[in-house]
Design a protein. Sequence first.
Length: 254
Amino acid sequence: MASATAKYVIRLEDKTKRAFKAIGRSLKKVTRAIFSMKTGLISAAGIAGLGFLIKRSMDATDEMAKMSRAIGVSVEELQGLRHAAALGGLQATQLDKAVQKLAINMADMSRGVGLAKDVFEKHNISVTRADGSLRGVMEVMGDVADVTAGMTNETEKADLAYKLFGARGAKMINMLNGGSAAMREAMKEAERLGLVMSAETAQGVEDANDAITRLGSFLTSSFTRGVAELAPAIERVTEAIMQWVDFKVEGAGG
């Protein structure tokens, strides 16, 4: 009896060991699968994140290229100006709007009108050349910077900045306070730091981004059109399913 009991216990222990080994092997497989899935998800997330960063960078370059044309400043100059503005605590979007306002005031002044007319005249800042053509925004901004640097009355300085650059004028003062020389030195620093891309490079990015936009619009339109064309078939299938359900319900005495 004792011998039989011992054999039963041994067999039970063997089965238990085999069971635990099987469980262990299963757990290892599950663990490998989980880590494989985790690695895949991380890789997918990494690729998606990289794609997002690339697209965001392209969008920023595209916006900059379009903005440079809108305000009449070259791509290289705008990047340099943005660096100079950042050193003075001014955000790129704020700078863009301020420079755009200056360009509008220059155009108005060339016609002898506008709210900034008295400021241009008071400080002898000309917006036109001898032949009557409009000067470049950067040329006029250099003159404005020199005038600002020479002013000692902070109230007058704020008034000048507001009338020439609009609501963001006060934030432009830090960039203008050092005069045109300091402003251009900050722009040159941007070049030395590798912060300035060429107009050709920016144009290439802009073209690529526009192509992506067109592709996205085409795919969206194609999908929408495809769904619209399938609408009648979808309606027929839906009605057929509803009729089949009604038939089954009635057949079941429901």
